[in-house]
Design a protein around this ligand. Structure first.
Ligand SMILES: Cc1cc2nc3c(=O)[nH]c(=O)nc-3n(C[C@H](O)[C@H](O)[C@H](O)COP(=O)(O)OP(=O)(O)OC[C@H]3O[C@@H](n4cnc5c(N)ncnc54)[C@H](O)[C@@H]3O)c2cc1C
Ligand code: SF4
Length: 520
């Protein structure tokens, strides 16, 4: 007879998890389950599945080494029901448990399931708040309540004050300003030494998982060879240390830069660890602040880095839980085109897209500007249906979970929430990509051209996007300048751009190509 089953999900691999607190080693059982439903609700990148299964197996080993009773269900266990609810139900029966405890999940979809468990099971199922974030959901709600605009920058300042981060003793921002982004938009100079990303060699557990994933998820987009992710809290801590030593000092300066053959630049690649619970965001922020206080990294880098975690990460989570479930269904720009096939194959002659999709296939990683200004920008300009591009982002990155992916894609990239999250769409022509990367130097298209067979597709698509969405965007004060540019354009030039974009779109999408025209 067991007092309590404590279910730990794959993204809850934290020893201080709410549902593990107060655990009785003699009376309780911790349940971890590899289930098909979670591995396939979107076709996750094989490295993401391998990372999570291996991290779960290592976590179970650590608990066992501490004398905790663990019930671990493997994907290929013959009786595995394939769902979290099915496995929790079986465990309750198997151990004759009196109750179950879970921690609040990161996805609306799983929350719906958990709510049903509270009715469905004969024993009580308690749901504990996930307090691994700086900002409790109720705190975000209170902050957002009654505000017409919920802007990240103001939320971030509150978080800095609440948690006393990068503040002077009298509560002012260190360096006299809250945000040093103006210093953080440099393109990469030639000859700059770029650090290697942190890598770990797979151990026996990871190799066993890699073999399992190779055999069961072969059809998913993404390669397994070259898997380098750490799979334990200790490994994640080493990755943090590597970042602070080698990358943080220049993180700010080159945060927006992109370069062929340099996929990670000065970024941390810590999101898979933070999101799965192997690394506490408080620990990461503390380590970065300490690096500045000890003179190891400049303030523009440290503030910029901390803002990503204390600001953006907490803010998107707040928006997700504030606005779900309706948030996912909005489509403010009425975008309905299908996602081009090359997102799943990488086969495109646009070098920027081929580079970012190719590295995503190899690493399950792309940094923020690659996601926002290359693959995201293209989907926005093309007018892809939000749900299709959201599924892609949720599937292909090792750090992707609905709570963080959805606001970033739906709100920040696709402007599908009508500007709730971001005040204007991040639409940009090829010029932005040329300024921030070397991709255009090896492309068959000419970034300086807008019309003609070799013109960069981003250029015509950009102006076409502004024309297609004129009724919705012209009134946006932050779009005034770009619409001035459009107004200055001769009508014939506008028509030529429209035709160029139309030909490109028709050629890109098989259903349109087949009929030679796009359905109206
Ligand atoms: C279209 C799109 C989709 C995204 N999908 C995800 C996702 O599924 N999961 C995810 O964790 N991040 C997502 N992001 C945010 C960001 O791109 C990644 O967190 C970042 O690229 C991870 O790499 P890194 O650890 O090297 O980040 P760094 O550049 O080193 O940043 C440090 C940390 O800040 C946090 N962070 C930075 N930007 C954001 C942001 N916009 N939202 C939330 N956290 C942020 C992450 O925890 C990250 O590890 C997305 C961004 C865009 C534009
Ligand atoms: S020319 Fe255009 S398509 Fe080619 S790499 Fe540059 S931005 Fe991308």
């Amino acid at each position: 007879m067991t007092d309590c089953i404590r279910l730990v999900l794959g993204d809850q691999l934290s020893r201080n998890l709410a549902s593990l607190r107060g655990l009785d080693k003699h009376q309780d059982v911790v349940l971890l389950a590899e289930v098909m439903a979670e591995a396939t609700y979107v076709p996750h990148h094989p490295q993401k599945i391998a990372f999570l299964f291996s991290a779960m197996r290592h976590f179970a080993e650590e608990l066992r080494a501490d004398g905790i009773r663990v019930d671990y269900i493997r994907l290929d266990d013959p009786d595995n029901t394939g769902t979290l609810g099915g496995e929790l139900s079986r465990a309750i029966d198997r151990h004759q448990a009196a109750r179950a405890i879970v921690t609040f999940p990161g996805e609306w979809r799983v929350w719906q399931q958990m709510r049903a468990w509270q009715q469905d099971f004969a024993v009580p199922v308690a749901v504990k708040e996930d307090d691994r974030f700086f900002c409790p959901i109720a705190r975000f709600r209170a902050w957002a309540d009654g505000r017409k605009q919920v802007r990240m920058e103001f939320f971030y300042r509150e978080m800095r004050r609440d948690h006393k981060i990068l503040l002077t003793p009298d509560g002012q921002p260190e360096g006299g300003q809250w945000n040093f982004d103006a210093e953080n938009r440099k393109s990469l100079p030639k000859g700059l030494k770029i650090p290697q990303p942190y890598r770990e060699t797979p151990d026996a557990i990871t190799n066993e998982v890699l073999a399992l994933v190779a055999s069961r998820f072969a059809g998913h987009f993404g390669r397994l060879d070259g898997f380098f992710y750490a799979v334990t809290a200790a490994g994640a801590e080493r990755a943090l240390d590597h970042f602070i030593r080698h990358c943080l000092p220049l993180f700010g300066d080159y945060q927006d830069a992109m370069a062929m053959g340099q996929e990670t630049l000065f970024h941390s690649i810590l999101s898979p660890y933070i999101n799965a619970g192997l690394l506490d965001p408080r620990r990461v922020v503390e380590a970065a602040e300490q690096a500045w206080r000890q003179g190891h990294a400049p303030l523009n880098a440290v503030e910029g880095f901390i803002r990503q975690i204390l600001g953006w990460r907490e803010y998107v989570r707040g928006i997700y839980w504030l606005k779900m479930p309706g948030y996912a269904d909005t489509n403010a720009l009425n975008a309905h085109r299908p996602l081009p096939d090359f997102y799943w194959t990488g086969r495109t002659d646009m070098n920027c897209m081929a580079q970012v999709i190719g590295q995503t296939e190899r690493l399950a990683y792309a940094h923020h500007i690659q996601r926002l200004m290359v693959t995201g920008n293209f989907a926005l300009l093309l007018g892809v249906e939000p749900a299709q591009i959201e599924e892609w982002y949720l599937a292909v990155y090792a750090d992707a979970y609905d709570w963080v992916e959805l606001p970033n894609v739906h709100g920040m990239v696709m402007h599908a929430d009508g500007g709730y999250l971001g005040s204007k769409p991040y639409a940009a022509s090829g010029k932005y990509i040329q300024r921030m990367s070397d991709y255009c130097t090896r492309c068959r298209y000419d970034v300086k051209e807008t019309i003609g067979p070799t013109a960069c597709p981003f250029n015509a698509l950009y102006w076409n996007f502004l024309m297609e969405n004129e009724a919705k965007l012209r009134g946006n004060p932050r779009m005034g300048l770009v619409y001035k540019g459009l107004d200055a354009m001769e009508p014939a030039r506008r028509e030529a751009i429209r035709a160029q974009a139309g030909r490109f779109i028709t050629g890109l999408i098989p259903a349109y190509r087949a009929t030679g025209t796009e359905p109206s």
